[in-house]
Design a protein around this ligand. Sequence first.
Ligand code: NAD
Ligand code: ZN
Length: 354
Amino acid sequence: MTIPATQAAVIFEKSNGPLIYKTDWPVTQAKELKPGEALVKITHSGVCHTDLHALKGDWPLDTRLPLVGGHEGVGTIVAIGEGTTTNRKIGDRVGIKWLADSCLDCEVCRRGQEATCSNAVCSGFAVHGTFQQYAVSYVRHLTPIPAGLDPVQAGPILCAGVTVWKAIKQSNTNPGDYILISGAGGGLGHLALQYAAAIGLRPIAVDTGEEKRKLCMELGAEKFIDFRTSQDIKADIRAATDGLGPHAAVIASSSAAAYNDALEYLRNHGTLVAVGLPADSYIKANVFWTVFRALRIVGSYVGNRQDAIEALDFAARGKVKAIVKVQPLKSLAEVYEGMEKGTVSGRIVLETGA
Ligand code: NAD
Ligand code: ZN
């Protein structure tokens, strides 16, 4: 297999700086890989709102700079570092997700909570990600892609899909319960509606605009509530859920307001699953009502290797389908503009041309 010396990649050199499309970005060669590393030829990468947070630098964490973003990458292993022990082989189809590596040896890793490992390494944040044609990643955290699953479909599952599947598993719900998805027309949300419906939950969608309303209703929402036009969003949500509020709410929008509303409209014993990551925000929970109404607040951060395999399996079985627009790698800046304005429905997947 020939590995070129240079490749196409999108990089940024400073927080909030311009995105630069390069065709001469260096490719790490097979002999330069360290034990445990693999070189993956990336054909497709989904664009997650997290990539936009990384560019803006609006989280209380520093990104590596300069940086190639991206963490929904799909491709083929083209080289594995000498001295690596693994069942993966050159030619295997794999995905690179947000969690590029963790130690697999500490308490949280042993418990399958590897995203919170103190040695966790994130793709498109601490190491160069998937907005390039050849990415170096850690072989033990690569996700096998089921045979027959279209790479365009696999991309969005690697972050958006696994994250919402995990969030739903943490929602303390049973089949037949109402689950509210905030940001339901976006990348995470439109997949959350489908995972919820697939396991017998009754999804209620909150987002804005006619296009997202139509999308959410087609994907299994029982009701769509437009957060911009609703006169009283909490009353509308209660009205859509037998007057009592949903059993759980997955907040998959990067809106701080969505969090505080949830604590008011949730049913008693309801669970708020925090997923979206608005900058500089707090969840304001009234202690009395949190206790008196027995509410739960749960943070949910991506998923582990098993969650990723489960999430992809729903897609491979046709139970979950990402609604995707495919665009060239060099259009990343436009994608972010749309995301910022809230005009992206479903997910955008970049084709790298590799
Ligand atoms: P997206 O831009 O594709 O979708 C967000 C959606 O939220 C849009 O459809 C938008 O219209 C909607 N929205 C905006 N304000 C809203 C409000 N007040 N109420 C309801 N909906 C509203 O973004 P995405 O890629 O789906 O990511 C969403 C958030 O989740 C981001 O903050 C991202 O960083 C975060 N995220 C978290 C994890 C995790 O592990 N917890 C993983 C991936 C992404
Ligand atoms: Zn993501």
